[in-house]
Ligand binder design. Structure first.
Ligand code: HEC
Length: 165
């Protein structure tokens, strides 16, 4: 009699434990997916996940303020050549064309912003609120021109030069 009761209790205990364990397991499985859902929902919001640096200087390989020394005329000349061959189809210095005029771009944007936009347009179109706004205005996505950082730096020097001309 006694041993049957013991077996019954033991079985009941095991059943209870199994129930507890599986329900714990389930809630643990649900949590991460709930989190990742929240994250993707946040990403589609207006630039909500961008750092302060990215908001001001756009998203790309330039992640800190660059130190710009006095104008390097030779570098600017090199930049002008690249600009003429890869950018002039869409950008003029003083008139709106396919894209915005570029002479005053450094009055509107930081040097780091201009570099990141040249080097990483796609991601900025997806995530940066200011660039999304521009796209709404110009209706053309700037293609990635596969510039090296050095190319982009040369174009930046050209923009620095023409700004004061
Ligand atoms: C196919 C056309 C096209 C080409 C080629 C192109 N761009 Fe653009 N660019 C645009 C457009 C259009 C915009 C405005 C944003 C938009 O609507 O996509 C833009 C935006 C920009 C911006 C941001 C300007 C601002 O006011 O914030 C910079 C900087 C820029 N381009 C630089 C360049 C450089 C440098 C090159 C060459 C390496 C280049 N672009 C090549 C079309 C082009």
């Amino acid at each position: 009699m006694m041993s049957r009761l013991l077996i019954f209790c033991f079985a009941a205990l095991i059943a209870l434990l199994t129930l507890l364990l599986t329900s714990c397991g389930e809630s643990e499985q649900q949590d991460p997916s709930r989190f990742s859902n929240q994250k993707t929902a946040g990403n589609t919001g207006a630039g909500s996940n961008l750092s302060d640096f990215e908001m001001e200087h756009a998203i790309g390989p330039i992640k800190q303020i660059m130190e710009l020394s006095a104008l390097d005329v030779n570098l600017a000349k090199e930049g002008e050549k690249i600009f003429d061959s890869k950018c002039a189809a869409c950008h003029k210095l003083d008139e709106r064309y396919v894209g915005p005029p570029q002479r005053d771009v450094l009055e509107r944007r930081t040097p780091e912003f201009v570099m990141n936009m040249m080097l990483n347009p796609e991601e900025n179109y997806q995530k940066h609120p200011e660039i999304k706004k521009l796209l709404g205005e110009y209706m053309t996505q700037m293609p990635n021109q596969n510039l090296s950082v050095q190319d982009a730096r040369a174009i930046l020097e050209y923009f620095r030069k023409v700004k004061d001309e």
